[in-house]
Design a protein around this ligand. Structure first.
Ligand SMILES: [Zn+2]
Length: 195
């Protein structure tokens, strides 16, 4: 416990403790601190409704297209309660808006592990599955077209550039895997051709 104590989420809202004392940044009340953050956490959750506030702000940030700030707030809320349904749904929706389908998928899946009948998560999960399939198909089609149009006199440059593109696809593990497979096949074919 002691190694994680200093990293507790409460220190986002309390001043660094000194002489067994710390102050709440929100209401400026002073608290005694003897190594356990549970009183401080209780204060933030019950006096300041910190989780609800963070979720509301996270949703508001998403609605105003401030996706990075939205993710930050949901992450903070989830530090207080790692399986909070509304925080997971909220973060999933923001990831979806950022086209980060794998992260969104993971969040909706987590909700369904906790509440298998959660309607919102069920419909969002299906929607994300459709988007992921469409996005993979589009990326792979792009790679195949690029490879088909590859001029024979400088195929190595093409491969190097394509490898860079494949490896820069952010957070799309499945697409990367499939794109690499396409590249592998191409390399094999090209190798045969050179021999
Ligand atoms: Zn306070």
């Amino acid at each position: 416990m002691s190694s994680t104590r200093e990293k507790s989420e409460v220190w986002l809202y309390f001043s660094p403790h000194q002489n067994y004392k710390t102050k709440c940044d929100i209401c400026k009340n002073e608290f005694s601190y003897h190594g356990s953050t549970s009183t401080l956490k209780y204060h933030l959750i019950h006096r300041h409704k910190i989780i609800d506030v963070l979720i509301r702000r996270g949703n508001a940030y998403r609605e105003t297209h401030q996706y990075e700030n939205s993710i930050i707030d949901f992450n903070k809320a989830l530090k207080f309660k790692h399986d909070h349904i509304d925080a997971l749904i909220g973060r999933g929706k923001t990831y979806d808006m950022k086209d980060k389908y794998e992260e969104a998928y993971a969040d909706f899946n987590k909700v369904l592990e906790i509440e298998p009948d959660q309607e919102h998560a069920l419909s969002k999960k299906k929607e994300i599955e459709r988007k992921m399939a469409k996005s993979h198909k589009k990326s792979i089609k792009y790679f195949k077209t690029t490879l088909d149009n590859c001029p024979n006199n400088y195929p190595n440059d093409y491969i190097i550039n394509l490898e860079k593109v494949v490896n820069s696809i952010p957070q799309r593990i499945e697409t990367q895997r499939r794109a690499n497979k396409v590249l592998d096949n191409y390399r094999k074919k090209n190798f045969t051709y050179i021999i």
